[in-house]
Design a protein around this ligand. Structure first.
Ligand code: ATP
Length: 220
């Protein structure tokens, strides 16, 4: 069993998140993808962050029609800050199978600051997916990573290569995966909701209804 782990604030979850999870599942032949909405995340400001129970509920609504997607409240029910290293430790005991931690390139560029970064790369397989605004070449400046072939990184950025896989231990790997560019951003969605502008193109219908019903991200 190959299990993708997709953590995030999901503030709110949008069609881009669903697309990324689906495309990554296809590329890596994952049996399922487990969404892990954060509670009180270490790498995001808490301003304009909807309460964890609302973000959890929106993920539940968004993935309801996807048979390979699952949801855990492991982080969102926690009353203290959740760190990836601890989440992976818990999930390794709960899930029987290979774990593949999916993260966007923008978030992964902060990797050296993550708690327990050195152990993390050998605790699970990592999949770093492209995101407009960041380049794989930027990864070559990061310490803590296995030596990354700079020519290979450029071929990914140029679109000549789709995927590079680097061994991080005898059992784990770091995969860099270029997906079709997805311009959807949760912060843009929040800002548009606050301004009363339409966001229906980017949100699953039940998520949009939930936001309206609970007056999330709205100043009135
Ligand atoms: P914002 O868009 O406001 O920056 P976010 O969507 O990045 O918010 P999260 O919900 O924490 O915030 O994102 C979950 C994961 O999805 C992160 O690893 C992030 O890098 C990735 N991600 C989000 N949007 C995209 C996108 N458009 N393309 C690629 N990866 C993305």
């Amino acid at each position: 069993m190959r299990i993708g782990l997709f953590g995030g604030t999901f503030n709110p979850i949008h069609r881009g998140h669903l697309l990324i999870a689906e495309q990554t599942r296809d590329h890596l032949s994952l049996d399922r993808v487990l969404f892990i909405p954060s509670g009180d995340p270490p790498h995001k400001q808490t301003e304009s962050l909807a309460p964890a129970h609302h973000r959890l509920e929106m993920v539940k609504l968004a993935i309801a029609t996807y048979s390979h997607f699952r949801l855990t409240d492991l982080e969102s029910r926690s009353t203290h800050k959740s760190y990836t290293v601890e989440t992976l430790h818990t999930l390794r005991q709960q899930e029987a199978g290979e774990l593949w931690f999916i993260v966007g390139l923008d978030a992964f560029l902060d990797f050296p600051t993550w708690k327990g970064a050195t152990q993390l790369l050998t605790a699970a397989n990592f999949v770093v997916i492209s995101r407009p605004g960041s380049t794989f070449t930027q990864l070559s400046a990061l310490s803590l990573l296995p030596s990354l072939p700079s020519t290979g990184l450029k071929t990914l950025d140029d679109g000549h290569e789709t995927r590079i896989e680097i061994a991080t231990s005898s059992q784990t790997s770091l995969t860099l995966l270029r997906l079709p560019p997805c311009e959807i951003s949760a912060s843009v969605i929040r800002s548009r909701v606050t301004q009363g502008l339409t966001v229906s193109d980017w949100l699953p219908v039940p998520v949009q209804s939930y936001i309206i019903h609970h007056r999330l991200y709205s100043s009135y």
